[in-house]
Design a protein around this ligand. Structure first.
Ligand code: BG6
Length: 289
């Protein structure tokens, strides 16, 4: 189902037959909503979010490409999240995803202006699918259609909706090294058996496990993140002070969100001419005690 938001931007709504749904905007290829069969929203979107391109919406799952953060000469998190994508009518087959799932295929190719900033021709194919069991899957295929190799970093910058940041812990990162963006990217090792939040957190966990859990004690639910092709996990919560400096985030809203991103940051992905990379994210939610 293709609809338009109030600014005329096309959005695609995916539904499974049990009533779960997901909404994907052609602005940025960004997933803006993912709901359970009971209609519960699982992704955070700020009440102050600005829905006018090019700036990405504060919430959902913006895609950071070809640069994560400020690790390069491009604007923060690269340009893909700011661009208008198109529906890919004839995507190459994708053996790893069942075509029986509700899905949409989107395509991004660089504009002349993009090529001035980042002189590498690529084709970025994104499939978003919603399975019968409500799992949300995102598969990115990035192909080098250039005559030279190029490198990029990447993240599915996922804003989970949570009851309260003090009720949440992230499991699966223990014993892994991380780079702390709040300490000049210094390298530390995670000592605790789960990550909890008491102040701003902005970290890149390196070579992490491919399954990460975000437990919400109060809501009694756990998000399970499964990733492939993406070595790192970014964890971000802006906390009080930084929230106040962000125009598109309410002062108290940091309590209702946590970003846990499947990402490739520390070791950029390099593609030779003609080569293609695939990065997969699968999200599910399970009841917990
Ligand atoms: C996080 C970064 O992933 O994204 C933070 O680690 C950054 O440093 C945050 O503030 C949000 O970025 P933006 O560009 O969407 O405001």
């Amino acid at each position: 189902e293709v609809t338009k938001d109030k600014n005329g931007i096309q959005q695609v709504v995916l539904r499974n037959h049990r009533g779960a749904s997901a909404r994907v905007s052609l602005h940025g290829g960004q997933v803006l909503s993912w709901k359970t069969e009971r209609g519960e929203e699982l992704l955070f979107t700020s009440s102050k979010a600005i829905f006018s391109p090019p700036k990405a919406v504060r919430g959902g799952i913006p895609i950071c490409f070809p640069q994560f953060g400020q690790r390069g000469s491009l604007e923060q998190h690269g340009f893909a999240r700011n661009k208008m994508w198109v529906i890919d009518q004839n995507p190459p087959p994708l053996p790893s995803d069942s075509n029986s799932n509700a899905h949409i295929d989107l395509l991004l190719k660089p504009s002349e202006d993009d090529l001035k900033l980042w002189p590498h021709s690529f084709e970025f194919r994104l499939r978003v699918s919603l399975a019968v069991d409500g799992y949300l899957t995102m598969i990115s295929r990035i192909r080098n259609v250039n005559s030279k190799h190029f490198s990029f970093s990447f993240a599915y910058h996922t804003y989970f909706s949570i009851s309260d940041i003090s009720e949440v812990r992230v499991e699966g990162l223990e014993t892994h090294d991380y780079l702390d963006n709040l300490c000049q990217k210094e390298r530390f090792t995670e000592q605790g058996d789960a990550l909890t939040f008491e102040s701003e957190v902005d970290r890149v966990y390196l070579d992490s496990s491919n399954i990460i859990a975000v437990l919400d004690h109060e809501k009694k639910r756990t998000f399970v993140i499964r990733k492939e092709g993406l070595a790192d996990v970014v964890v971000w919560n802006p906390w009080e002070k930084k929230s106040k400096s962000m125009v598109d985030l309410g002062d108290e809203e940091y309590k209702q969100m946590v970003c846990v991103d499947a990402a490739a940051v520390e070791k950029p992905i390099t593609l030779k001419p003609g080569e293609e990379w695939t990065g997969r994210l699968e999200l599910s939610v399970v009841p917990s005690t």
